[in-house]
Write a protein that binds this ligand. Sequence first.
Ligand SMILES: [Zn+2]
Length: 102
Amino acid sequence: MTNEVFPESLALTEGDSVLQIAWDDGHVSRLRLNVLRAECPCASCKGHHPSQSLNLTAEQFPDIRITDLAPVGRYAYSISWSDGHNTGLYTLRSLREMEDSA
Ligand SMILES: [Zn+2]
């Protein structure tokens, strides 16, 4: 992929448990929200060093929902979760490179 791929549309599917992203090159990503939550890249989840990581797993978030999703410039989305966590910045590149989980 290149840096020049952008989302054309985002939608919540499967009873709001899956984030579906349609990219402008035709690719569609389907990301389960509990997997996305466990992959939160923020410093309190991942730590500044791998030894500080909370090692979150998708199983810890069976009923997680997105309460807000806002673009940050043209490179990332800020996601607010139903558990109150909202410090994760998901870059377009990281979202695009995540394996489909749904
Ligand atoms: Zn986090």
